[in-house]
Write a protein that binds this ligand. Structure first.
Ligand code: BEZ
Ligand code: FE
Length: 307
């Protein structure tokens, strides 16, 4: 049986020809002995054929799409992942995150990982500075990590990374510098604190086919200002998320990868020049900001916990 939309503008005979092809492709996977692979390939077939039939895709458009995907492949290397950018800008990354991070009590919401995470970022002590010389306005970030019963989570590993004030991550500098990224651990009360940079909006790499697609449809490549977090702790669900900056105009315009969740928008309170800092850091000549982000981790296996 064919699970297709039935475009009303085609004749009954034509509809049957198209349905028959879908049926034959779907049944070509019937003997796949991996049930999950079979499910994915058959569902993909149905949805792909529905799409082609729904928009009545022309052969010219099909060729264009093949050429587009070829360009996406050609620009991709170990530093540039254009397929991930394509997934991100189509909202497919955020949909996959939604499917895999179902809301659980008051657990902090997840958002997109992005391409700029680096393993083995330096360790900083609580209250340390993750900027390592990256330019930008200093920001004091503090909070706690707890489970959904409110218990503090000691020794949670927190990875943080962000761009500099010009919108570049260290991996985009073209040299071996490591900056504006680090990892740290919560203390026995589940607390963490560090100096970072007040996040600024920046464009995703848009000098390739994905950038051309965004320009062709009149969409901005700019991401709302954010600071990335990845939090891991034993028996708790790993959280990949960001915090966003209240009053960032890009929040209104829209985030190019659909990553914003209201619960993740935080006030970065401006502290005028001369305001004493929380840990005595000497910033006498510049203004800084501060924010709080309390992180709540879901159990690693919420369903089995409830049963
Ligand atoms: C980022 O936030 O680092 C990012 C996310 C998706 C695409 C490009 C960049
Ligand atoms: Fe980012």
């Amino acid at each position: 049986m064919t699970q297709t939309l039935h475009p009303s503008r085609v004749s009954e005979t034509q509809r049957r020809v198209e349905d028959d092809l879908v049926d034959r492709v779907v049944s070509s996977f019937d003997n796949c002995d991996n049930p999950r692979l079979k499910q994915i390939m058959q569902s993909l077939t149905v949805h792909l054929h529905n799409f082609i039939r729904d928009v009545r895709l022309t052969e010219e458009e099909w060729n264009y799409a093949i050429d587009f995907l070829t360009k996406v492949g050609h620009i991709t290397d170990d530093k540039r992942q254009e397929f991930v950018l394509l997934s991100d800008t189509l909202g497919a990354s955020m949909q996959t995150i939604a499917v895999n991070n179902e809301a659980y009590k008051d657990a902090t919401e997840a958002t997109v990982f992005g391409p700029f995470f680096v393993d083995d970022a330096p360790h900083v002590e609580l209250g340390g500075d993750i900027s390592f010389g990256a330019k930008g306005q200093p920001a004091w970030i503090e909070g706690t990590v707890t489970d959904t019963d409110g218990n503090p989570v000691p020794n949670a590993r927190i990875e943080v990374w962000e761009c500099d004030e010009d919108g570049f991550y260290d991996v985009q500098y073209g040299d071996d510098r490591t900056s504006a990224r680090a990892h740290l651990y919560t203390n026995e009360r589940g607390e963490y604190r560090f100096w970072g940079l007040t996040p600024v909006p920046y464009p995703i790499p848009h000098d390739g086919p994905v950038g051309q697609m965004l320009a062709a449809v009149g969409r901005s490549p700019v991401r709302a200002a954010h600071l990335h977090f990845m939090v891991t702790a034993e028996n708790l669900r790993t959280l990949v998320t960001h915090i966003f900056v209240e009053d960032d105009p890009q929040l209104e315009i829209g985030d190019s990868v659909f990553g914003v969740k209201d619960s993740l928008i935080k006030r970065f309170e401006e502290q005028p020049v001369g305001t004493p800092t929380p840990n005595g850091r000497d910033l006498s000549d510049q203004a800084w900001t501060k924010t709080r982000f309390d992180i709540v981790l879901a159990p690693a296996h919420p369903l089995s916990e409830e049963n």
